[in-house]
Ligand binder design. Structure first.
Ligand SMILES: Cc1cc2nc3c(=O)[nH]c(=O)nc-3n(C[C@H](O)[C@H](O)[C@H](O)COP(=O)(O)O)c2cc1C
Length: 197
C-alpha cells in the first residue's frame, strides 16, 4: 500500500481559501458601518441565499440585527488595505467609511448602505439568525446586486468578474486570484483547451 505521511492536526477552522469581504450595514449615516467577514458563503441557488457569521460583540452585529439587512461588498487588490483595516478596527466611536476613504451609497431595496468602490455589491435581507456558539449565523436572501459597469463587456454584455482582481483569504494571509487553469465542465469536454474555444 502507498505510504502517505500525515500529522494529526487539532480540529479547527482550516477550510481555505475563503473570500474576505467587506460587509456594510446601517440605515442612516450615524449608523453606517463596515465589518470585514470571512465566515461567509453561498447556501442556496433559488432563491439566492447566503450567510455571514458574526460575533455578537461586534459593533455591526446589533446594526444588522436591527435592520435585518446587510450588503456583501466584494473586495479587490485596491481594497485590500481597507479590508484589513475594517477587520481590525471597530466602528464603535469611529466612522469607518471616512477613515478608510470609502463612499457610503444608500441602497434602494433594503435598509442598508453599500460601498461605492466595491465592484460587486450583494444586497441581502436577513431571514434567520442562528446562534452557533462563538458566532451567530445570519441567513439572508439576495434581493439585488449592483455591478460596476466597467466589468461588463460592451460587446457581449457578459460580466467579466475575472477582470476584477478579487481578494481571497487563506490562513492569515490575503491573496489576489492567480492563474486561471480551467473552466466549468472543462474536464469532461472533448476539446480540453482551458478557454473552451
Ligand atoms: C480577514 C478577516 C476576516 C474576519 N472575519 C470575521 C467573521 O467572519 N466574523 C466576525 O464576527 N468577525 C470577523 N473578523 C473580525 C471583524 O472584522 C473585526 O472584529 C471588526 O473590527 C469588527 O468591526 P465592528 O466592531 O465595527 O463591527 C474578521 C477580520 C479579518 C481581518
Amino acid at each position: 500500500m502507498k505510504q502517505i505521511n500525515k500529522v494529526e492536526w487539532q480540529p479547527g477552522n482550516l477550510l481555505y481559501p475563503l473570500p474576505a469581504v467587506m460587509v456594510s450595514c446601517g440605515s442612516n449615516p450615524e449608523e453606517y458601518n463596515i465589518i470585514t467577514i470571512s465566515w461567509t458563503g453561498t447556501i442556496n441557488t433559488s432563491p439566492p441565499m447566503v450567510y455571514i457569521s458574526v460575533r455578537p460583540e461586534r459593533h455591526s452585529y446589533k446594526i444588522i440585527k436591527k435592520n435585518k439587512a446587510f450588503v456583501i461588498n466584494l473586495t479587490t487588490d485596491k481594497l485590500a488595505y481597507a479590508t484589513d483595516f475594517n477587520g481590525i478596527k471597530s466602528g464603535k466611536g469611529m466612522n469607518k467609511f471616512q477613515e478608510s476613504r470609502l463612499s457610503p451609497v444608500p441602497t434602494r431595496k433594503i435598509n442598508s448602505v453599500l460601498i461605492g468602490e466595491s465592484p460587486v455589491n450583494i444586497e441581502c435581507k436577513v431571514t434567520q439568525i442562528i446562534p452557533l456558539g462563538s458566532h451567530d449565523m445570519f441567513i439572508a436572501e439576495v434581493v439585488n446586486i449592483n455591478v460596476d459597469e466597467k466589468l461588463i463587456d460592451p460587446k457581449t454584455k457578459k460580466l467579466r468578474l475575472d477582470k476584477a482582481n478579487l481578494l481571497s483569504y487563506s490562513h492569515g494571509f490575503y491573496y489576489i486570484l492567480g492563474k486561471r487553469i480551467g473552466h466549468f465542465g472543462w474536464s469532461v469536454k472533448k476539446n480540453k483547451s482551458e478557454t473552451g474555444k
